[in-house]
Design a protein around this ligand. Structure first.
Ligand code: NDP
Length: 242
């Protein structure tokens, strides 16, 4: 049951985020979909779904503060946050510039701090909150060419468990989802021959669909999912069973 709660989905206009935004809207939530810079995709998204899109850079605390204030003024207090925005800047460590390291850490990990910090007081005051952070199988297992991405995603899993402990007394649950490889623009950028090898390792024999991840988010944000916190839900077709 959604109770018409306001949900913010970062990176909510494309890929996995879009499926999450649409799934939440269909379930009756008031959804604000954030995006970073792709105005054309955001415009198309809003035309097709009727969900408002909010442009702010999740890597910037000031931007996030402004975005959250705007969403609260237009839709109401934010009770659900899905930290989904993410980027890759892949290369091996000996070739990795500080900029590639920093961009991924700021966008994929500091973004969680930025969003959560901006909404936590209001959630505490209201005695309700649902936070879902999108981690990754590569944050659980590591991945060649991704020390920046694996470190950021691994950080998300630790962030989730720490904040879950802080939020519990105020009925704020904090969980993570660790997707395996999902068919989005991010994965379409992986060379075909590498992708074939990856799919061969997935017991279910296919890439994930964005909707597979959205289903997990809907489960975790429900009002009656109030005893599930600090958990990581792996949705990966059986690829990683640790
Ligand atoms: P996409 O590249 O398809 O979409 C990324 C989304 O994030 C876009 O909406 C983009 O906005 C937004 N975004 C990027 N940078 C920023 C920023 N600085 N501020 C605000 N929004 C930003 O990604 P996916 O759907 O594939 O991935 C979604 C999440 O799932 C990511 O965190 C990713 O790491 C994670 N994940 C993905 C997997 C996969 O196989 N696809 C596997 C495991 C985890 P814009 O349109 O403006 O660029």
């Amino acid at each position: 049951m959604s109770n018409g709660r306001v949900a913010v989905v970062t990176g909510g206009t494309r890929g996995i985020g879009r499926a999450i935004s649409e799934g939440l809207k269909a379930a009756g939530y008031k959804v604000a979909a954030n995006y970073g810079g792709n105005d054309e995709a955001a415009k198309k998204f809003t035309e097709e779904t009727g969900i408002p899109a909010y442009k702010f850079d999740v890597a910037s605390y000031e931007d996030v503060e402004r975005g959250c204030a705007q969403i609260t003024a237009e839709l109401g207090p934010i009770e659900i946050v899905v930290n989904n925005a993410g980027i890759t800047r892949d290369t091996t460590l000996h070739r990795m510039s500080f900029d590639k390291w920093d961009a991924v850490i700021q966008t994929n990990l500091s973004s969680c701090f930025n969003l959560c910090r901006c909404v936590i007081d209001s959630m505490r005051d209201r005695g309700f909150g649902r936070i879902v952070n999108i981690g990754s199988i590569n944050g659980q297992a590591g991945q060649y060419g991704q020390v920046n991405y694996a470190a950021a995603k691994s950080g998300i899993h630790g962030f989730t468990k720490a904040l879950a402990q802080e939020g519990a007394a105020k009925n704020i649950t904090v969980n993570a989802i660790a997707p395996g490889y999902v068919d989005t623009d991010m994965v379409r950028a992986v060379p075909h021959h590498v992708l074939e090898k990856i799919i061969a390792k997935i017991p279910m024999g296919r890439l994930g669909r964005a909707e597979d991840i959205a289903r997990g988010v809907l489960f975790l944000v429900a009002d009656d999912a109030d005893f599930i916190t600090g958990a990581t839900l792996s949705i990966n077709g059986g690829q990683h069973m640790y």
